[in-house]
Design a protein around this ligand. Structure first.
Ligand SMILES: Cc1ncc(COP(=O)(O)O)c(C=O)c1O
Length: 401
């Protein structure tokens, strides 16, 4: 099967890579951008930049309208109950740090924060540091052999002392969907707040935060084919109301004196200072592009690429896949070969894959691995990309063995 992507031509970055002889297989780290996103970014500056939420002049009003339209578009993308439930941040990492700080005042020594064994450092370190500061216990949910959080163990470990559950929707290393609905229900049963790290999950298919039932959901624009420097923090209205304000400055206050101030509620109360205006607007254009794609065709294409990737890995001697991935992503090691050496030889042949601990060092340590190679695909990848990867892999392994 040739596995041609009908969307490849929409991505100038991929065409530039083609011209350069680069095969990009690292979309889970950051994705390439559609022309619609580039047009929006340039259009904002070319038609005259202006700050948002401050000015009475026409350019300011225009920028504010476009900025708020993006918020509406993001609310639509996640099916939030309203655009006021969407906060713009710098990315998933900032959203999670905001939450770990914003919820601190609700926690007492001895309370428990529950994460899982597969978390990215972005969803581990903010909670770990909060636990260390406040005398809290960080509980780590174990995984089963497929790379999924073990629900039986979770039912035991999520308990009356649990105040916050923070887990990834989709593992960036194992590529496996996590049973987040069931975990959220367990947390709710004990009155705990739930935080879903959707940095990887949001890229594959559509997700409905209301149907998930989570209190908070975070993601990054740059992995979702949008610009970098911007991310989303969804919060259920009642959950957002519990957050402590965190950054202070322009446009987040209602009233200020020298000695005290009153602050706006979400979203603007959590967006102090001038935001990444052009990026937010360009994220809206990206979501617009994605919303107009045939979702079933994208899912079908990604599934076909995924099958080809797994089949190619399965027939190669000594290749050991990590877990059982369910999206177009696979991490693997090769017996007696260091992943950094392999990535280097792949790179010399124009193949861009990720090697290392994938910002999930405790997970890699628990698997007894110093690192692994990860191949991750976007909707613009095609069968020929994978064929180039496999032929480069064979050459590299021949050299290394
Ligand atoms: C599962 C997961 N969570 C969080 C992050 C952090 O995202 P960002 O670096 O965009 O803040 C990543 C990035 O790779 C990720 O894969």
């Amino acid at each position: 099967m040739s596995l041609i992507s009908p969307w490849r031509a929409d991505f100038p970055g991929i065409q530039a890579f083609d011209a350069e002889g680069q095969t990009y297989l690292d979309s889970a780290a950051t994705a390439q951008k559609p022309q619609a996103m580039l047009d929006s970014l340039l259009g904002y500056y070319a038609s005259g930049a202006a700050n948002v939420h401050r000015a009475q002049h026409l350019p300011g009003e225009r920028a504010t309208r476009a900025f708020e339209d993006s918020r509406t578009q993001a609310a639509r993308w996640l099916n939030a109950a309203g655009s006021e439930e969407i906060l713009f941040t710098r990315g998933s990492t900032e959203s999670l740090n905001l939450l770990a700080y914003g919820l601190e005042h609700l926690l007492q020594p001895g309370d428990e924060i529950v994460i899982s064994a597969l978390e990215h450092h972005a969803n581990l370190l903010p909670w770990q540091q909060l636990a260390l500061r406040g005398g809290l216990k960080l509980v780590v949910l174990p995984l089963d052999a497929s790379g999924q959080i073990d629900l039986q163990q979770a039912a035991v470990l999520i308990g009356p002392r649990t105040r916050v559950l923070a887990v990834a929707q989709l593992s960036n290393v194992l590529g496996r969907w996590q049973p987040v609905r069931e975990l959220i229900a367990l947390a709710q049963g004990h009155g705990a707040l739930s935080v879903i790290d959707g940095a990887q999950g949001v890229v594959h298919g559509r997700h409905d935060v209301q149907a998930l039932g989570c209190d908070f959901y975070v993601c990054s624009s740059h992995k979702l084919y949008g610009p970098d420097g911007v991310g989303l923090l969804y919060g259920r209205r009642a959950a957002l109301a519990q957050l402590r304000h965190w950054q202070f400055g322009g446009e987040m206050m209602l009233d200020a004196d020298y000695q005290q101030a009153r602050f706006r509620p979400a979203p603007l109360g959590f967006e102090a200072g001038t935001p990444a205006i052009s990026s937010v607007i360009a994220l809206g254009a990206t979501l617009d592009y994605l919303l107009h794609l045939d979702a079933a065709a994208v899912a079908g294409h990604e599934a076909a690429l995924h099958a080809k990737l797994l089949a190619g890995l399965a027939v190669r001697d000594g290749v050991r896949r990590l877990g059982e991935p369910q999206v177009a992503l696979a991490s693997f090691t090769v017996a007696e070969v260091h992943s950094a050496d392999l990535a280097h030889l792949l790179s010399e042949q124009g193949i861009a894959v990720r090697a290392g601990h994938h910002c999930a060092m405790p997970l890699l340590k628990s698997l007894g691995l110093p690192g692994a190679i990860r191949v991750s695909l976007g909707l613009y990848n095609d069968g020929a990309d994978l064929e180039r990867f496999f032929s480069a892999l064979d050459k590299a392994l021949e050299l290394l063995r």
